[in-house]
Design a protein around this ligand. Structure first.
Ligand code: AOF
Ligand code: ZN
Length: 364
């Protein structure tokens, strides 16, 4: 087998994994393709937490043909008993000859031991084939499994001068339909969508996803320090997805109980006037929210950025200039240019007349 073959089949395995993004809960997305004598004899993806891993589906399909075959897996085969038994044992049992892995599994329970186990049983293992693409697909998993904290993606749709709305608060519509469609897909790919109470009061959003390809609805999370959310808020009157409200000890006890009686989860983070955001991230992690799409507004975006809690910044720009003061990041600002949060690994695309920019913030 040569590199071209390996990349060809790994691309298929990655495509399978990619399609399952957003439906595996706190688990990674993983694809597997089994190839024997130049023919694909099995393929599979991990589709839902608690159900079969990618390798199991692909090996079940391959049956007897797995013996002597090559298995392409986008993530190192596991070596531990989780909700399912170890995939490395299954590959050994089926007498697979060679295993090609994209990324090593950062789960401390695995972390190279799956690969080691295969090698100890005489299976040839090649690693690092299209590893970057695999790691990008599982960037939220990779953070959560190593820290217990959710991976936060900030998304904004702004004018070229970085405004989220007009002077009077009008924000419909800044970005074009292509950009809006991507945003809905991004919502599906995160376990939570988070906004500040200012956005709820101004826009009364439902925070549900409406894509042509339906997907799993993320949990809605509102940062509401004083518990100002009104009973009439659409969020409280639609039950398509769970809702979590994050508040402080200063919030009214009776109001907390009222909301809990309506099925809302209320978590208390901080005793000061504002939610303690780092602590809130820890709490949300404990509730098994492994990824959050942060959708503003400007005040929450600014506070999250200042606290260094944003892991990916994704900005959509429309070719419009609106002026005013409703900025994407509303905080006092840094004193010097060398304090700027800088984005690494930048991705840039044009979507008709809109621009997509995404990158990983580097904090100083
Ligand atoms: C694989 N193939 O398809 C997946 C893997 O609770 P469990 O049994 O589902 O185990 C979850 C862990 O297994 C997860 O944290 C990650 O380390 C690994 N996921 N491994 O070999 C797969 N989904
Ligand atoms: Zn496994």
């Amino acid at each position: 087998m040569n590199v071209i073959n390996d990349e060809f089949y790994m691309t298929l395995a990655l495509d399978l994994a990619e399609k399952a993004q957003g439906q595996t809960d706190i688990n990674p997305v993983v694809g597997c393709v089994v190839v024997k004598d130049g023919r694909i004899v099995g393929m599979g993806a991990h589709l839902q937490r608690g159900t079969g891993h990618a390798e199991v589906h692909a090996l079940n399909m391959a049956g007897d043909q797995a013996e002597g075959a090559t298995a392409y897996v986008t993530l190192e085969p596991c070596s531990h008993y989780g909700k399912t038994p170890p995939c490395s044992d299954r590959l050994i049992k089926e007498k697979v000859k060679r295993v090609v892995v994209a990324a090593v599994d950062p789960n401390p329970q695995v972390a190279g031991s799956g690969i080691e186990r295969l090698r100890n049983h005489g299976i040839e293992v090649v690693t690092g084939v299209l590893a970057k693409r695999s790691a990008r697909l599982n960037e939220t998993f990779n953070k959560y499994i190593t820290t217990g904290l959710p991976f936060v993606t900030l998304k904004t749709a702004s004018t070229l001068d970085g405004r989220l709305a007009s002077r009077t608060g009008d924000s419909k519509w800044i970005s074009n339909s292509d950009a809006r469609a991507i945003v809905h897909t991004m919502r599906h790919r995160h376990q939570g969508i988070m906004v500040g109470i200012g956005t709820v009061l101004a826009d009364d959003p439902e925070l549900t996803t409406r894509t042509e390809v339906t997907g799993v609805q993320p949990t809605r999370i509102v940062i509401d320090s004083q518990l100002r959310i009104p009973d009439t808020a659409k969020l409280l009157n639609t039950d398509v997805a769970p809702t979590i409200i994050v508040t402080t000890y200063q919030a009214d006890r009776d109001r907390i109980h009222e909301l809990q009686e309506r099925g809302i989860t209320v978590i208390i983070c901080g005793s000061g006037p504002y939610v303690d955001l780092p602590f809130a991230m820890k709490k949300l992690g404990e509730l098994e929210i492994s990824s959050i799409l942060l959708e503003g507004g400007g005040t929450l975006n600014g506070s999250m950025l200042e606290a260094g809690l944003i892991d990916r910044v994704t900005l959509f720009f429309a070719p419009k200039i609106i002026g005013g003061t409703l900025s994407t990041f509303a905080f006092d600002g840094f004193e010097k240019m060398n304090q700027a949060v800088t984005l690494d690994e930048i991705e840039i695309e044009t979507l008709d007349d809109n621009i997509y920019i995404s990158g990983l913030p580097r904090y100083h």
